[in-house]
Write a protein that binds this ligand. Structure first.
Ligand code: HEC
Length: 138
């Protein structure tokens, strides 16, 4: 079953939901409220995850750690976005899973286990697709 949640209406909805959050959360999510989750934000996520995969292949530890931290932070924001929006349990779960996989990659690379990190990165890209199947029109 595919759910259609066009982002512009999501953004309108969460604008209201965000009011009670702390100033700090508003700062981090306001980019999404203004519409950046759709294109620029997700495009950054995409670019970072492509870099991450390349860097894992090349065992570039420092770059992997930078990318994985960036993704973990991005998915923490996406998770908050869907929690604030409400009625999007699948998206919350998939953002959380993506954040946890990003953090797992950090641990795996810290212990020089690049094969496991590569497996986590593949699982991460399947998680991207799972969320897009639920929430994207195309
Ligand atoms: C929790 C849900 C969720 C997860 C997880 C997720 N996305 Fe998205 N993504 C979306 C939604 C929703 C849109 C659509 C915005 C729209 O169509 O208006 C989107 C759009 C995109 C786009 C299109 C942006 C554009 O310019 O049209 C790209 C690229 C993308 N995501 C990449 C990724 C990648 C790569 C990952 C995983 C590393 C990922 N996404 C994980 C929800 C998610």
């Amino acid at each position: 079953m595919r759910k259609k949640l066009p982002l512009p209406s999501l953004i309108a909805l969460i604008g209201l939901c965000l009011l009670p959050l702390s100033a700090n959360s508003i700062g981090s999510i306001s980019t999404m409220v203004e519409g950046e989750i759709d294109m620029d934000f997700m495009q950054d996520v995409e670019d970072t995850s492509i870099n991450l995969t390349d860097n894992i292949t090349q065992h570039n530890t420092d770059s992997i750690l930078t990318d994985a931290k960036e993704l973990a932070a991005a998915f923490a924001q996406i998770e908050e976005f869907y929690i604030a929006k409400g009625d999007a349990a699948d998206a919350v779960e998939l953002s959380r899973k993506s954040r946890e996989l990003s953090q797992k990659i950090i641990q795996q690379v810290d212990s020089k286990d690049f094969d496991s990190a590569a497996a986590s990165a593949s699982e991460l890209s399947r998680t991207c697709k799972a969320c897009h199947n639920f929430y994207r029109d195309s």
